[in-house]
Design a protein around this ligand. Structure first.
Ligand code: GCU
Length: 606
């Protein structure tokens, strides 16, 4: 029996503004040269004895420090952002400044830009992601703060923005405590910094703040839209999908909400990995036009089957981090980097699915999955030892989940929202994750919810029996398990085929992780030594053989497409700060196991 949820303890901050599909809105891209200055003791936040930082340290101030010190010899400023080094953003500081390789803490970023705000229009500063906490100032005034390194957020700056020169300052704090998400210890690099685009978005006085257009499981085109602004209540709206000859007029209610459903036109071509058909969709409301490119498909479970557009589907995938190919990668994903990674999955591995681990990836990546035709598992970083009994941590997790879903629920490729990875079972954990699963279903009744679980193992008559019975499963649509038999366990690879997998639940199972490390180019004629390509290849053969005997297995995302940075991996010969479980090296050199998986998918899941 699941322990009573403690959700109600802390109210969850609503996501506002949503600025749905804001990356496609008219905007001024603030990427480029920014000054930066480290602030290890957070002097810019709190001064001597914790008071106001004072003029001498207030990095976000608009004072021309050089002039002030020139004109008043007595003046004392212990920073000068305009003469500080510059970096090209978005990027992580470990990429743009090698001396900050392991820096965790506060860094100030600042740039000036020219704007031309028109009367009656509204302006928003939109951030793709800032890792971990962001403190945002415009023209010396605080406009807001945000927590969470992987979700999009925005602040309205109408009235604060000036015609002509403006100054934006962002204090980025990458330090995390045990009550943060994820907690400090992970198996991936904390790329501190402004890791995705910052844009100045302009809208009319009344605009479409949130919009969601999809195909429902009963075959109707559904639209929900939220107007924001004086003209929201009773505002007129029109949904249009020109390629389908579909237009739908409507009127918002008193709260500015519009919801409508129409039977899907017979001409509708459903999206699938083989036919990733996308449609241009607009919602016009007064002077505002919201737009996006959307595919229409249904995803559901029936017993232990996953159904895509009503037909059983096997998710032939791989897991990957948001890290481009390269010897010195950063986290700022460009369309080229996303295409390179996902093309390796689609064409290289013959896959139809990808697990974007362990946090919401950039919308550049999820849009690319829409376009290339790859189903997606998307997750928030509820990873390992989270403070499950902390109400504030739960409120942060719920807000993060809402940010993720509201940003990406028009992303057709996304099939599964995951609410946790390898979290130790406890009453608090069960309640925490069940609450998230309920939230995900409430925010999105068209997708599946899962979590990457650990699995118990028993010996029965000499056979190893794995029973998938985590107490969280009743709250999930799809079961998923991470298993590293033969890598983290002393099992002989030849034993894997005899493993028995069971579950008391009639639900589909995904092997959300399995894998073995190998240093590209490291070979071993005996095939027995870990970190050799031969061992990794044999590990894959044995695990795929085991997988093919699991009767309710409906997908897999082996760990991992390419080697990625991890501070936990410090073997001087085989790792040097990289997790080496990639099927490719960090620069894209394919290891032998790459072909083992590619052949398996080509043969078993064409
Ligand atoms: C875990 C975890 C990954 C990690 C992997 C590994 O299962 O989810 O984040 O990188 O195992 O040990 O390589």
């Amino acid at each position: 029996m699941l322990a009573p949820a403690l959700v109600e303890a802390q109210p969850v901050a609503p996501v506002h503004p949503v600025l749905a599909s804001g990356d496609l809105r008219t905007n001024l891209d603030l990427s480029g040269q920014w000054h930066y200055s480290i602030d290890p003791y957070r002097d810019g936040m709190a001064g001597f004895h914790g008071g106001d930082p004072g003029l001498g340290h207030r990095r976000y101030d608009t004072t021309d420090v050089a002039a002030a010190m020139r004109d008043d010899p007595a003046a004392l400023y212990e920073y000068d952002m305009t003469r500080a080094p510059t970096a090209t953003l978005p990027s992580s500081w470990l990429t743009h400044d090698a001396t900050m390789r392991h820096y965790r803490g506060l860094v100030w970023y600042q740039r000036s830009f020219t704007a031309d705000p028109r009367p009656g229009e509204r302006q928003f500063l939109r951030f793709g992601a800032v890792n971990y906490r962001a403190h945002v100032y415009l023209n010396g005034k605080s406009v807001g703060a945000h927590e969470g390194g992987f979700t999009t957020f925005a602040f309205e700056v109408t009235g604060l923005l000036k015609p002509g020169a403006n100054q934006i300052t962002v204090g980025v704090d990458s330090d995390r405590s045990d009550t943060d998400l994820p907690p400090p210890v992970t198996d991936w690099e904390t790329y501190g910094g402004i890791t995705r685009a910052v844009t100045l978005v302009t809208t009319p006085a009344t605009y479409v703040d949130d919009a969601w257009v999809r195909l429902t499981r009963d075959g109707r085109i559904a639209v929900d839209a939220v107007l924001d602004g004086k003209g929201a209540a009773g505002g007129a709206l029109t949904l249009a999908i020109p390629a389908l000859g579909l237009t739908l007029d409507g009127k918002a209610d008193a709260a500015g909400h519009w919801t409508a459903r129409v039977p899907a036109p017979v001409a509708l071509e459903r999206w699938s990995p083989d036919t990733p058909r996308l449609y241009d969709v607009t919602i016009t409301a007064g002077a505002d036009v919201w737009k996006d490119r959307i595919g229409f498909r249904t995803i559901a479970v029936e017993g232990d089957q996953i159904l895509l557009n009503g037909k059983p589907v096997f998710l032939a995938g791989i897991a990957l981090h948001e890290e481009e190919f390269g010897a010195n990668p950063t986290r700022a994903i460009t369309p080229q980097a996303a295409r390179a990674l996902l093309t390796e999955v689609k064409q290289g591995l013959h896959g139809n699915y990808v697990r974007l681990a362990h946090y919401p990836h950039s919308e550049v990546m999820t849009r690319m999955a829409d376009e290339l035709g790859l189903l997606v598992w998307s997750e928030i970083p509820i990873y390992w030892r989270v403070a499950f009994d902390n109400p504030q941590t739960l409120a942060t997790a719920r807000h993060m989940l809402a940010e993720e879903i509201l940003r990406d629920r028009n992303r057709t490729a996304i099939a599964i929202w995951s609410v946790g990875n390898e979290t130790p079972v406890s009453a608090a954990r069960n309640a925490f994750l069940s609450t998230l699963a309920k939230d995900a279903h409430a925010l999105d009744d068209t997708r599946l919810v899962s979590a990457a679980l650990l699995v118990g193992r028993k010996q029965e008559g000499g056979a190893s029996v794995f029973t998938v019975d985590d107490p969280l499963i009743p709250a999930l649509d799809v079961m998923a398990v991470n298993a590293y038999n033969g890598w983290y366990t002393p099992d002989k690879l030849s034993d894997l085929a005899s493993f028995v997998w069971r579950s008391p639940y009639e639900k589909p199972l995904i092997l959300s992780e399995f894998g073995a490390g190998a240093l590209a180019g490291e070979h071993d004629a005996t095939r027995a030594h870990k970190f050799s390509e031969e061992f990794q290849a044999d590990y894959y053969r044995a695990t795929l053989d085991m997988a093919s005997r699991i009767p309710f297995l409906r997908g897999m995302s082996p760990w991992v497409l390419k080697d990625f940075r991890s501070p936990r991996r410090q073997h001087p010969v085989y790792q040097q700060g990289w997790n080496r479980k990639g099927l490719e090296s960090e620069t894209g050199a394919r290891k032998q196991a790459f072909d083992v998986l590619a052949d398996y998918y080509a043969q078993h899941h064409p």
